[in-house]
Design a protein around this ligand. Structure first.
Ligand code: UP5
Ligand code: MG
Length: 202
C-alpha cells in the first residue's frame, strides 16, 4: 500500500492500557478501520484448518509474540480485504488503526518495509498496577485465555523487554503521540483527540 492512498496509525500500550477501548471511540467519531492484531490472531487460532492454531494459542497464553510472518500476513490480508470491499471513495477504508502491533522491532521494520509506513504511533501509557487491576477485572467475564495472574505477569514482562523498545524507537524518530491512559476512558479519549487532531489536520 502506498502512504499516498492509505494512512496507518500504530496504537501501542501495555496489556490492558485501553488500546481497544480508545480505538473503538476513534472509529465511531473519525471513521477509521480498526484492526487489532490480537483479535486477528485469536480469529486465526479458531479458524478450522489453520496451520498456526496451536502455535498462536501457546504464544497468547504465555504472553509471547507470535512469529511476525503470521501477524504481518494477517494484517496485510485484512487491510486488502477492507479496501477491496469498501464503497469507492470510502474514507474509513483508507485509514487504519493497527492496534497492538508492532510489539517487536523486527515486526516494525518488516511491516513498514513490505506493507506501509506508519504516519504516527499513538502510545497509551499506563502504570502496571492499573493495567493489572483492569485485566483481572475483565478476566472475570472475558473468557480470554491470557486474563489470569500468571499470563498477565508474562505479558507485562514481554511488554517491558520487547515492546517498549519499539515505542522508544519511534519516539526517537518523533513519530509518537503519548497519552496518559490512567484516567477514565472519557478523559483519555479527550486527551487523545486533542493531540491527534493536530496531526491529522482536521
Ligand atoms: N478499560 C479500558 N480503558 C479504561 C480506563 N481508562 N479506565 C478503566 N478501565 C479501562 O481494556 C482492558 C480493560 O480495561 C477492559 O475491561 C476495559 O473496559 C478497561 P482494553 O481496551 O481491552 O485494553 P487493551 O490495551 O486493548 O488490552 P488488551 O488486553 O487487548 O492488550 P494486549 O496488548 O495484552 O492484547 P492483544 O490482544 O493486543 O494481544 C494479545 C496477545 O496476542 C499478545 O500477548 C501476544 O501473545 C499476541 N500478539 C502477538 O503475538 N503479536 C501481535 O502483533 C499482537 C498480539
Ligand atoms: Mg486489545
Amino acid at each position: 500500500f502506498s502512504p499516498r492512498d492509505v494512512t496507518v496509525l500504530f496504537v501501542l500500550g501495555g496489556p490492558g492500557a485501553g488500546k481497544g477501548t480508545q480505538c473503538a471511540r476513534l472509529v465511531s467519531e473519525y471513521g477509521f478501520t480498526h484492526l487489532s492484531a490480537g483479535d486477528l490472531l485469536r480469529a486465526e487460532q479458531e479458524r478450522p484448518g489453520s496451520e498456526f492454531g496451536a502455535l498462536i494459542k501457546d504464544c497468547i497464553k504465555n504472553g509471547a509474540i507470535v512469529p511476525m510472518e503470521v501477524t504481518v500476513q494477517l494484517l496485510e490480508n485484512a487491510m486488502a480485504e477492507t479496501i477491496r470491499s469498501a464503497p469507492k471513495g470510502s474514507k474509513s477504508a483508507a485509514r487504519f488503526l493497527i492496534d497492538g502491533f508492532p510489539r517487536k522491532m523486527d515486526q516494525a521494520l518488516k511491516f513498514e518495509e513490505v506493507v506501509c509506513p506508519a504516519k504516527l504511533v499513538l502510545f497509551f501509557d499506563c502504570p502496571e498496577a492499573e493495567m493489572e487491576r483492569r485485566l483481572m477485572e475483565r478476566g472475570k467475564t472475558s473468557g480470554r485465555a491470557d486474563d489470569n495472574a500468571e499470563s498477565i505477569r508474562k505479558r507485562f514482562r514481554t511488554f517491558v523487554e520487547t515492546s517498549m523498545p519499539v515505542v522508544e524507537h519511534y519516539e526517537k524518530e518523533g513519530r509518537v503521540i503519548k497519552v496518559d491512559a490512567t484516567p477514565t476512558p472519557d478523559d483519555v479519549y479527550k486527551d487523545t483527540k486533542g493531540k491527534l487532531v493536530k496531526f491529522l489536520g482536521e
